[in-house]
Design a binder for this molecule. Structure first.
Ligand code: ATP
Length: 709
């Protein structure tokens, strides 16, 4: 915040400390003498520009990779891990309750473990109340800050009165020696100003720290709410947009309820005290001055509404620009391979240009608003001088009283400027808040962590699809499965084959319950998986895809990610599974061994190496059910052998569904299922299916090149 001492004396252009309006009048006393001036207009940093301003399964599972990196490693346990902090508060609901966070609490009918019902209690209330609800957990700090604010404001606002007295001491009787009176008054006032400055400093500190805590809590709540959403939500919502909401919008919203609120309160308090003092010093002059306030209020309301709408559009366009940048930077190899750098730069430039256009509109509105308030401020001063001069001439006012009045008028002008800044920042906060509330209050269409679990001892891992009909929510009119039925007995290996796009990866998505079928049932040991707790279900399933997604952390952390509680995994456990997965030799060859950081999405490793790390991760998870997607392209002979051997070890004793691309896998499978046009058209052993002369399987074998290794 700009320090008051840096403000020019003539500053009466409300909310524009840095710009002197042409022709504005110099005032006798500057705010620098009067302690902190919280009415300083906030910078517009939160506005445009922001604060500181054919591998289907891989694609599906890649959704998980959209999770921001910082949360992927270690901190975020896999399925089966303790649920994410409810209510977004680091300590979960208990902490929320401790913090008195009424905006985030369980609904009255919530069952234990029912995360879905956690929703902001403020839902349905006006947005302004929701904003204030955010500040509620910080009420003690904020109340203390308001106390210090009141103290510094009282001191600030008493200054003009005493300064007027000093002027009268000087002017009233120039022949008398008034030096001792003057020294006493000035020393006393210096002490009082010092107290005012200290109170103001404490207020700023408390407000800033509360603001950051509110933003942190808001970000945690939002991140938690985003991660709970069903996968279909991520099919429709773009990552960059969510990132923008998490960073820019939360900051804007947080600021509007703390620093801005504090400055608004200060300005409000100072304006009302200033107006009262103006009436106290000269009622007739005060009545005259305040006749200009109502027209200004009307302009402010119109301006505020406009700004609110504009902020919403600006934040949306900013989110789109972030989305584009995030996607292109994340896929820079593809951009480079196609030589599209310049095209992408132009695309980004057009998005940023649009944000700029909106910023220009905002600047235009701001300029008009602050120009009008500045002009009226200066006119007030001029008229006070005029009318005050006349009153002094008729001996109705002393020079000290006129000086006091002018200073109060000045403070009221500054405070009204502060109030208009507060109002515009609040409107911006409300504009940015709209989308945030939508996200925060969105209830996932699929339960996140509720439902039954099966008895671990009797759990077999038999899977069955019965008359399943399914279309992706993003394409409801295009059915992927129509009357799809398939049984995968416990402990058996079923190979799934079918033409590209026939829905093989979709089978895996449905088993992981990333989506629910439109009709029909998918059961585990005879229980409809919709009745089961999805987190528990996923903890029983391991997946290895042809393009495994690794996170940008160490190899050890990537392997430990498979465990229910990654933090409890020992180096020995990691070493052991890496050995079984034929991965430890190449890992140990890296200078930093298991501590080697693999780069974003594991970009620093080869395909075969990534697969073996994924196999080690699955081994550590030790699931009853395995869903595998074999690599379509052949690895070199050695890698091929090592991966295959690791996979064979991984498959032992589990229920396995494998999207097969290797002849050897198909031949070794207990059963082969042929998927075509949303149905299983053939089912049996490799040799039996091959013996059907017109069968789909035979045609597939002839058409598609299965890897012969
Ligand atoms: N998230 C999604 N939203 C909408 N449609 C999708 C989605 N994922 C896949 N599809 C569509 O569903 C159909 C089945 O896709 P799926 O990935 O299951 O096929 P596949 O048999 O695994 O293909 P491939 O062998 O090429 O990987 C395709 O038509 C595909 O375009």
């Amino acid at each position: 915040m700009r320090g008051p001492a840096a403000w020019p004396l003539w500053l009466l252009v409300p909310g524009r400390p840095a710009a002197r309006a042409p022709g504005s009048l110099p005032l006798p006393v500057g705010p620098g003498l009067l302690g902190g001036a919280g009415a300083a207009r906030r910078g517009s940093s939160g506005g445009p520009g922001g604060p500181g301003g054919g591998a289907g399964l891989a694609r599906l599972l890649g959704l998980w990779a959209r999770v921001p990196r910082t949360c992927r490693c270690g901190a975020l346990a896999g399925p089966g891990a303790p649920p994410l902090p409810r209510s977004g508060l680091p300590g979960g609901p208990a902490a929320a309750a401790r913090a008195g966070d009424e905006a985030w609490r369980r609904g009255p009918a919530a069952a234990p473990g029912d995360d879905r019902r956690l929703r902001p209690a403020a839902a349905g209330l006006s947005e302004a109340r929701k904003l204030l609800g955010l500040a509620y957990p910080e009420r003690r700090r904020l109340a203390a800050a308001v106390g210090f604010l009141a103290m510094s404001s009282v001191i600030t606002m008493s200054a003009p009165f005493f300064l007027g007295k000093i002027i009268d001491v000087i002017y009233t009787n120039p022949t008398v020696d008034y030096s001792s009176d003057l020294t006493r008054l000035c020393l006393g006032l210096s002490g009082v100003f010092l107290c005012g400055a200290a109170a103001n400093a404490v207020r700023v500190y408390l407000m800033q720290t509360s603001g950051q805590r509110i933003v942190n809590r808001l970000r945690m709540s939002l991140f938690s709410s985003i991660l709970r959403q069903e996968v279909a939500f991520f099919d429709k919502t773009r990552t960059g947009e969510l990132i923008n909401r998490l960073s820019a919008d939360t900051a804007l919203l947080g600021r509007s309820v703390t620093e801005n609120l504090s400055d608004g309160l200060r300005a409000g308090a100072q304006a009302s005290v200033g107006i009262s003092m103006m009436f106290f010093v000269s009622p007739s002059l005060a009545t005259f001055v305040l006749s200009v306030v109502p027209p200004m209020s009307i302009i402010a309301v119109i301006y505020g509404r406009y700004l609110r709408k504009l902020t919403k559009v600006t934040q949306d366009s900013l989110a789109q620009a972030t989305q584009l940048a995030e996607e292109r930077i994340g896929n820079v190899r593809t951009v480079r391979a196609f030589g599209k750098e310049m095209t992408e730069i132009e695309k980004y430039a057009s998005k940023v240009d649009y944000v700029m256009q909106l910023a220009r509109k905002e600047a235009f509105a701001r300029a008009g608003f602050f120009g009008a308030t500045g002009l009226s401020g200066n006119l007030i001063v001029l008229s006070v001088l005029y009318k005050g001069g006349l009153l002094m001439g008729s001996a109705h006012m002393t020079v000290g009283e006129l000086s006091s009045f002018l200073m109060y008028a000045f403070w009221v002008g500054v405070s009204i400027g502060g109030l208009s800044s507060f109002y515009s920042e609040l409107m911006k906060g409300l504009g940015a808040g709209g989308r945030l509330w939508e996200l925060l209050e969105r209830e996932p269409e699929m339960p996140f962590n509720e439902g039954a679990t099966l008895n671990e001892k009797s759990f077999q891992g038999a899977l069955e699809f019965k008359n399943v009909h399914f279309a992706y929510p993003a394409r409801p009119g295009v059915p992927v499965f129509q009357d799809f039925s398939l049984s995968i007995p416990s402990g058996s290996v079923t190979a799934l084959v079918g033409p590209s796009g026939s829905g093989k990866s979709t089978v895996i998505s449905l088993l992981l319950r990333l989506y629910d079928p439109g009709s029909g049932t998918i059961s585990l040991d005879g229980h409809d998986i919709r009745q089961l707790n999805p987190v528990w279900l996923r903890s029983k399933i391991g997946t290895v895809t042809q393009e495994p997604i690794l996170f940008s952390c160490s190899i050890a952390e990537n392997i430990a990610y498979g465990a229910d509680d990654p933090s409890s995994v020992t180096a020995e456990q990691v070493g052991r599974v890496a050995e079984v997965a034929n991965a430890d030799a190449f890992i140990r060859n890296f200078p930093q061994g298991f501590n080697t950081v693999v780069g974003e999405k594991g970009v620093l490793l080869s395909g075969g190496q990534k697969q073996r790390i994924a196999i080690a991760r699955a081994l550590l998870k030790n699931p009853k059910i395995l869903l595998l997607d074999e690599a379509t392209s052949a690895l070199d002979a050695e890698n091929e052998y090592l991966v295959q051997e690791a996979l064979d070890r991984l498959m032992e004793g589990r229920t396995v569904l494998i999207i097969a691309h290797r002849l050897s896998t198909i031949k070794n499978a207990n059963m082969v299922a042929v998927l075509d046009q949303g149905k299983i058209t053939e089912y049996g052993k490799h040799e039996d299916l091959l013996s059907k002369p017109d069968g789909m399987y035979r045609k597939l074998m002839n058409k598609q090149s299965f890897i012969s290794a």
